[in-house]
Design a protein around this ligand. Sequence first.
Ligand code: NAD
Length: 346
Amino acid sequence: MIVNISLPDNTKYDITIDTLEKQYFDRKVVIVTNPTVSGLHLEYLKEKISAKELSVVTIPDGEQYKHMKTIEDILEHCFEQKLNRNSLLIAFGGGVIGDMTGFAASIYQRGIDFIQIPTTLLSQVDASVGGKTGVNNKFGKNLIGSFHQPIAVNIDPHFLTTLPKREVGAGIAEIVKMAVTFNKDFFSWLEENDLNDKENVKTAIAKSVETKAWVVSQDEKEKGLRAALNYGHTFGHVIENETNYNTYLHGEAVGIGMVMANELACKIGYMSEDEALRVKKLLEKYDIPTDYKIEDVEDFYEHFFLDKKSLDNKIKFIVPKGIGDCEITDEISKDDVMQVLKGFTN
Ligand code: NAD
């Protein structure tokens, strides 16, 4: 299956969801990956790539290496291999590899092409599509980066066979996010179908990617609509931060964050308790955590302001309006938010 993405500046590319086909490149190609992914799948990938010259740069595995020093290492490899402006990078891994490869591609000799071959469910349904690239620094996550679209995204569900269960859950949380914010029918489909089935996963990837492609084509640079994809993230980022990024996977924190955002939506009359329960049940079906104990609500609230999306000292919340629609707002009163947070103190 192929989903097209088309941006207002005429940038277009295909997102292919299928077994990877043999690819021929009459140019130098560098695959960027990490030891985990390369150990499991690099041979499979290499069999499918034919290039003028092919090399691999392996960077350490983990979000803690998503910083400028690793970008320097990738660029150094590119210079050593004498890549020119016609050369190509391939991001082969999860969202961390994708974001860093995209960023390196965007600045190497002022920008070269790159292709996404995402290998986690989260990166297949979300991170590989839409051209957001970047790294973290001591001030926060993804604060340095660029918008640089890939020339193609090749999603091969084969890679998911080796993905640990928790990582699968983290990806499903992002799938649920797409459905709750934009697609009521997709949400009902998710309730009725089991994502432990391979064909269903493929369908869910396609539907998520279609949604993301549509959103990005409306608002590539996140001036408005694209911010809705941060549903669950306002709360989730605080949870990740409070737990020092070592307790929950990003997608898991987003899962809890969505449950909190839904409580807020119920509080202000945007969502019924029944709808909120349906979302919670769907997450729990895949063992995605939905509960979190807040120790200090004032402290939790203050943490919202550390988020780069909290402009002008206002907190931006993505609040679902029922299932399948949402509103981006910075008009929610502290009182309403505090009441919701207090519900998570027991
Ligand atoms: P990740 O890239 O850290 O991958 C998770 C783990 O799974 C890693 O240890 C990885 O080596 C391993 N792995 C990858 N593929 C595997 C496979 N097939 N089998 C077994 N193990 C495998 O994490 P992620 O969840 O893929 O991505 C999270 C990152 O994505 C974050 O840095 C986040 O900021 C970013 N992100 C970016 C966007 C965007 O629009 N650019 C959107 C969402 C998230």
